[in-house]
Design a protein around this ligand. Structure first.
Ligand code: AGP
Length: 605
C-alpha cells in the first residue's frame, strides 16, 4: 500500500523524507516522489521503481527546502509512471495520498468543466486540483484544504503542502492510518510510526475523520465535525519502530527466525510465569456467546480456519468463518449473542475493517486479534488481543501467522474452560502443550538446510499442489499462498480427501505434491490420498514425524518434523511451509521481502 511522509524541519528535508520513505518500503510500491517548499517556491521530484531511482534523481536535480512531503505509491488508478507518481501538484498546492477517492470521476468532470487540466490518470490528482481551485477562489490554504476534504468520498490519509507556506502542512485521516511525530522544533507525519522511528518516539495517532494543521511549533487537531480536539501523545518503544534485518539476508528470514521468541512472548503476555488462569482483557465473555464469527484475509484467514477446529473441539462453540472481501456482500445472519472476531496482522486491511464495521452494530462482542494495537481494527473493536510479534516487515506473513495461532489456541482453551466443555485437567494439559510450541518451532527451523536443498528441484516447477486434512488443510492453503506470493510459482491447495473429486486430474510426473501429515487421527487417510498421487507418478514430498515417515513407507521426498501434540502441529508445520517458499524464491531470484504486485498492508478494498 502507499506510504506518506511529511516533515517541517530545521534542516534540508529531502534526505530525511527519503530515509523515512525507505522505512515504508515494506508496504509495497512501484514509484515514489518528494515535494518541498523552498524560498516560497513549491517543487517536486518523482521516479518510477525503487527509491534508489528517486535518490538518483535528487542527486542530479537537488530539491532544497525545509518543509516537504513524500510518497511511495502502490498503483491503483493508473499504472506506475512518473506522471502518476505522487506528490501531485496543481498551481500552488501539492498532495500525497494513501487510499481511494471513490467520487473522483465526478470531481474530475466538474473540475475539467471549470478549466482544470489533468496530467495523470490518478484519483489523487482530483484532490490537488480541487484544492487549487479553492485557492484560486481566494480561500486561505487551510480553508482550501478543509473545503477539499469536505468534497471527498472514500478512504484517505493525505497531506497538503502550499506554495509560500514554509511552516505549514495540513493532513487528514479517513479510512487509512496517519500519525504525527513530535520533534524538537520540528514536526513530522507518517502512515505509521515505523516511518518516523529515526526521527522521534513521541507519536500522536489521528483518529478516524480527524484533520490537522502542523507547524513547527505544534499541532492543531480537528474532528470530523471541525471541532478542535486533542489526541494523546504516546511514546513508542524503540523496538516497535526498529526495522532492521539484524544480520539476516531478508526481513522474512529474520521474522521466521524470531518465531520461537515471539511465541514465548505471546505466551508470557497471556499466561505468564506458568500461571494457569489467562490474563485476558476485560469484556471477553465466551459463556454468553452462542456463535463465533471469524473474518480475515489471506494468511490471517487461514489462521481462522485452523482455529475453527479448536473452538468447536474444545469449546463446543459453533464457528462461522469468512473471507473479509466476501463477507458483507452476502446477507450474514447476525445476533446479539454472537461474538465476532477479526484477525489482522496490520490491523489496517480495508476488507477486514469494512467487515468489522458491517458487523459491529449487530453483535454482542467485537474482538480483534492484531499485531498493531494502535491500528484501525484495534481501535474499533471492543476487545483487543495483541499477538506481540513485533513489527513484521516482510510482505509474506510468517511470525504473525504462528503468533495468531498461539493466541487463538489460548482463546479456544479459555472458551472451553469457561463453557464447561474442557476439564481443568485437560485445560492444563493443553496449556502446557502450547508452552512447548516455541521449542518445537526451533527444532523445525533447524531443518532449514535440508529444505534449502529440496527446493532446488521445486524452483523449476511450473505448478505445485499442497495437500492436508483437518487442521493441516488450512496449513496446505497457507503453504500454497506462501509459495505463490514470493516465488511466483502457481500453487494451489486441496483437502486431501477432495483430490479424487477433480484435482487428481492434474497429477503427472511433472507436478510436485507437498503433503502435510503429522501422525494424527487423519494420518492414514491422508497417506492413502498420497498413494493415489504416487500411483500416478506424482512427485510427492511428505512432511510428517518419525512415526509417520516409517508407516508411510517408500516416498520420493520426505521431511521429518519433531513429534508434537496435535494442538500445536499447525504452529510447528507452518515452519516448513514458510521455509519451502523462502528458499524456492531464493533459487528463483525473486524479491522475497517485497514481491511484485503485493503490499504488506492492503488498505484498499
Ligand atoms: C500473507 O503472507 C499475505 N501477505 C496476505 O495474505 C496477508 O495475510 C493479508 O493481506 C492479510 O493481512 P493482515 O493480516 O494485515 O490483515
Amino acid at each position: 500500500m502507499c506510504g506518506i511522509v511529511g516533515v517541517l524541519g530545521k534542516h534540508e528535508v529531502s534526505p530525511i523524507i527519503l530515509d523515512a520513505l525507505k522505512r515504508l518500503e515494506y508496504r509495497g510500491y512501484d514509484s515514489a516522489g518528494i515535494a518541498t517548499v523552498n524560498r516560497g517556491q513549491l517543487d517536486r521530484r518523482r521516479a518510477v521503481g525503487k527509491l534508489i531511482n528517486l535518490s538518483d534523481t535528487l542527486v542530479h536535480e537537488p530539491l532544497p527546502g525545509r518543509a516537504g512531503i513524500g510518497h511511495t505509491r502502490w498503483a491503483t488508478h493508473g499504472g506506475p509512471s512518473v506522471a502518476n507518481a505522487h506528490p501531485h501538484q496543481a498551481g500552488r498546492v501539492a498532495v500525497v495520498h494513501n487510499g481511494i477517492i471513490e467520487n473522483f470521476r465526478a470531481l474530475r468532470e466538474e473540475l475539467a468543466a471549470a478549466g482544470a487540466h489533468f496530467s495523470s490518470e490518478t484519483d489523487t490528482e482530483t484532490i490537488v486540483q480541487l484544492a487549487s481551485h479553492y485557492l484560486d477562489q481566494g480561500l486561505t490554504p487551510v480553508q482550501a484544504a478543509r473545503a477539499t476534504l469536505k468534497r471527498l468520498e472514500g478512504a484517505f490519509a493525505l497531506a497538503f503542502l502550499f506554495e509560500g507556506e514554509e511552516d505549514l502542512i495540513v493532513c487528514a485521516r479517513r479510512g487509512s492510518p496517519l500519525c504525527i511525530g513530535h520533534g524538537e522544533g520540528e514536526m513530522y507525519l507518517g502512515s505509521d510510526a515505523i516511518a518516523l522511528g529515526e526521527l522521534t518516539d513521541r507519536i500522536t495517532y489521528l483518529e478516524e475523520g480527524d484533520w490537522a494543521i502542523l507547524t513547527r511549533s505544534g499541532l492543531q487537531v480537528f474532528d470530523a465535525e471541525d471541532q478542535q480536539t486533542s489526541r494523546p501523545m504516546t511514546r513508542i518503544n524503540a523496538a516497535q519502530a526498529r526495522v532492521d534485518k539484524s544480520g539476516h539476508r531478508h526481513f522474512m528470514a529474520k521474522e521466521m527466525a524470531e518465531q520461537p521468541a515471539v511465541l514465548k512472548a505471546a505466551m508470557e503476555a497471556y499466561a505468564g510465569a506458568g500461571s494457569e488462569a489467562l490474563d485476558l482483557p476485560e469484556g471477553l465473555d465466551f459463556t454468553s456467546a452462542d456463535r463465533l464469527i471469524m473474518v480475515a484475509c489471506g494468511t490471517a484467514y487461514y489462521a481462522c480456519q485452523v482455529a475453527k477446529y479448536w473452538f468447536e473441539q474444545f469449546a463446543g462453540l459453533p464457528v462461522e468463518i469468512d473471507i473479509a472481501s466476501e463477507y458483507r456482500y452476502r446477507a450474514p445472519v447476525l445476533g446479539a449473542a454472537n461474538m465476532a472476531l477479526f484477525v489482522s496482522q496490520s490491523g489496517e486491511t480495508a476488507d477486514t475493517l469494512a467487515a468489522l464495521r458491517h458487523v459491529a452494530p449487530h453483535v454482542g462482542q467485537v474482538v480483534a486479534v492484531v499485531n498493531v494495537p494502535t491500528s484501525s481494527i484495534a481501535r474499533e473493536a471492543s476487545v483487543v488481543l495483541p499477538i506481540h510479534a513485533g513489527p513484521e516487515i516482510g510482505v509474506a506473513s510468517t511470525k504473525a501467522f504462528t503468533a495468531q495461532l498461539q493466541v487463538l489456541a489460548l482463546l479456544a482453551l479459555q472458551a472451553g474452560l469457561a463453557r464447561g466443555r474442557l476439564s481443568a485437567e485437560d485445560y492444563r494439559a493443553r496449556l502446557s502443550e502450547l508452552r512447548a510450541a516455541p521449542g518445537f518451532v526451533a527444532q523445525a527451523l533447524d531443518r532449514e538446510e535440508e529444505i534449502r536443498r529440496m527446493t532446488e528441484v521445486l524452483a523449476k516447477a511450473r505448478d505445485v499442489l499442497f495437500l492436508g486434512r483437518g487442521v493441516m488443510y488450512p496449513l496446505a492453503l497457507e503453504g500454497a499462498l506462501k509459495l505463490k506470493e514470493i516465488s511466483y510459482i502457481h500453487a494451489e491447495a486441496h483437502a486431501a480427501g477432495e483430490l479424487k473429486h477433480g484435482p487428481i486430474a492434474l497429477i503427472d510426473e511433472d507436478l510436485p505434491v507437498i503433503v502435510f501429515a503429522p501422525h494424527d487421527a487423519l494420518f492414514e487417510k491422508t497417506v492413502s490420498n498420497m498413494q493415489e498421487v504416487m500411483a500416478r507418478q506424482g512427485k510427492v514430498l511428505l512432511i510428517s514425524d518419525a512415526r509417520g515417515l516409517v508407516e508411510a513407507g517408500d516416498v520420493p521426498f520426505t521431511l521429518q518434523m519433531p513429534t508434537v501434540p496435535d494442538l500445536i502441529a499447525p504452529i510447528v508445520y507452518a515452519v516448513p511451509a514458510q521455509l519451502i517458499a523462502y528458499h524456492t524464491a531464493l533459487h528463483r531470484g525473486t524479491d522475497v521481502d517485497q514481491p511484485r504486485n503485493l503490499a504488506k498492508s492492503v488498505t484498499v478494498e
